[in-house]
Design a protein around this ligand. Structure first.
Ligand code: SAH
Ligand code: SF4
Ligand code: F3S
Length: 477
């Protein structure tokens, strides 16, 4: 035991510095009296696809434990909030939600926080939210069962937030909502340390997953009828760099996966520095690999890129973009952009605007800068007013809207390959093109989960509208 002390009227014992075990006496005992063996659980997911996959894995673990998944908090005996810390708003949403739960905790539910906020705030969450039962970090999903046992049998508040990911997570238990498209983790963590970003601190160092395990999982998904996978990691194209003796880099992995028979492969997210010629050639050569590359620029001024520690210049960035467009004509690009980074001048924002226009992305996630505790950018004064940040964001949004409408207009009359994912409320087939555009068309139910071809006739907002065609040549768009 490391110590016992008093805070906020509770007596807290710290048992072990790595795996904090707190025992809060006061109202915990009150709730323990009411607590029965849990039968149901509810999971809410915030943040990115990596969190979605972690939730699917936790859901699988809990179902295997004999618990029933429910879709409302009222019905859940265990409530899990898989959280995100990327921007202040993401954290505020969760804190608001958890605060309300504390006020309404009328029966003995077990409440846990997992995900990136668990790592960013760790056990300090217990101080703010004494009704929480457990905090489980992003590298400890495999400890969910043990944490629940501890909470159920001792009533103690428990936090496990290891910094490093150990390769002991059983990905195969994941319970996915879709039986068409699946997320597959290939690497966890991030070693890039962009100055604004919490991810290296909430997800830890890069750890590549053994390629045999990945290929095995993809083969299983193929045998279950899945048509599409999205390979996930904060930096998928760093794959294998932490395990040099494997001799398998990202493009090698893609070639192995292409042989499994999966129809479509996507990947998210990538860092421009690690986008190689070999990766571009894989996009060109591998039938499964979709012609869409996430190529996040983040800012369009060299000074800001340096301050962000993005480790490329705009010249290097565009050299790669041009190489990719030469090797894979018609390829679509996606970006993430941050406006209002500390000290960004009007002129520098205009450069960002011009460079985003030049790159002509098909997908863009646009954000205003949000200072994050513990990141190097906290040293810089957040000196751009919310008003200016918002005005810059609106400009980029309008630019993207215009460019994406122009791209869609150009697609009218062409035939695209579509994976149909479901029917919408109006009974139309809804799917995605290879370049990740949403598309709808009239067609039979039997096509859900299948790949077909559609001639684009118009579009509404972000969604293309088309007519099913019997057979057509493979198209890039
Ligand atoms: N690994 C991904 C990023 C994951 S975070 C990549 O490098 O592309 C998703 C996006 O959130 C980032 O690309 C960035 O644009 C944005 N983001 C990260 N930290 C932010 C912050 N502090 N403020 C605003 N946006 C941020
Ligand atoms: Fe964050 Fe940069 Fe890593 Fe992406 S590459 S997760 S933005 S630190
Ligand atoms: Fe959020 Fe963590 Fe993903 S901070 S964006 S959930 S990696």
């Amino acid at each position: 035991m490391i110590g016992t002390f008093l805070a906020n009227g509770f007596s807290i014992e710290i048992r072990n510095s790595m795996r904090y075990t707190f025992s809060l006496k006061y109202n915990r005992n009150y709730f323990m009296k009411e607590r029965k063996e849990p039968k149901t659980f509810f999971v809410r997911t915030y943040g990115c696809q990596m969190n979605e996959l972690d939730s699917e894995i936790m859901i699988g673990q809990l179902v295997n434990r004999g618990l029933k998944r429910v879709h409302t908090e009222e019905e859940g005996d265990i409530l899990i909030y898989n959280t995100c810390s990327i921007r202040d708003l993401a954290e505020r949403k969760v804190m608001g939600k958890l605060g309300i739960l504390g006020r309404n905790k009328t029966r003995a539910k077990i409440i846990g926080v997992t995900g990136c906020m668990a790592m960013a705030k760790k056990d300090s969450l217990f101080k703010k939210l004494p009704h929480l039962d457990f905090v489980l970090g992003t590298n400890n999903i495999s400890n969910l069962g043990a944490v629940l046992d501890e909470v159920i049998h001792t009533g103690k508040q428990t936090a496990i937030t290891d910094k490093k990911f150990e390769e002991d997570l059983d990905y195969l238990v994941a319970k996915r909502d879709s039986n068409i498209s699946a997320h597959v983790s290939i690497i966890r963590g991030c070693d890039k340390y962009c100055t604004y970003c919490v991810v290296p601190y909430t997800r830890g160092r890069e750890v590549s997953r053994p390629y045999n395990d990945i290929v095995e999982e993809v083969k299983q998904l193929v045998s279950k009828g899945y048509k599409e996978i999205t390979l996930l990691g904060q930096n998928v194209n760093s794959y294998g760099k932490d395990e040099k003796e494997w001799g398998v880099l990202f493009h090698d992995l893609l070639r192995m996966i292409d042989k499994t028979g999966i129809k479509r492969v996507r990947f998210l997210t990538s860092h421009p520095v690690d986008i190689t010629k070999e990766l571009m050639e894989a996009v060109r050569d591998l039938p499964s690999l979709c012609e869409f590359v996430h190529f996040p620029m983040q800012a369009g001024s060299n000074r800001i890129l340096r301050k962000m520690h993005r480790i490329y210049t705009l010249e290097e960035y565009f050299e790669k973009v041009e190489m990719l467009r030469k090797i894979v004509p018609g390829v679509s690009l996606g970006t993430d952009m941050i406006v209002g980074f500390p000290t960004e001048t009007d002129e520098e924002f205009e450069e960002t605007y011009a460079n985003m226009e030049k790159a002509n992305y098909s997908t863009a996630f646009l954000y205003t800068y949000s200072p994050r505790k513990g990141t190097p950018a906290m040293r810089f004064k957040d000196d751009i007013s919310d008003q200016v940040k918002d005005a810059r964001l609106q400009r980029l949004m309008a630019l993207h809207k215009r460019q994406s409408a122009e791209q869609r207009t150009q697609m009218i009359g062409s035939t695209v390959e579509v994976l149909f994912e479901k029917r919408n409320d109006r009974g139309q087939l809804k799917g995605r093109t290879r370049c990740w555009r949403k598309i709808i068309a009239e067609g039979p139910e039997s096509l859900v989960g299948e790949i077909g071809h559609v001639e684009v006739v118009s579009f509404h907002n972000e969604t293309l509208i088309g007519n099913l065609v019997e057979s057509a040549a493979k198209s890039l768009v």
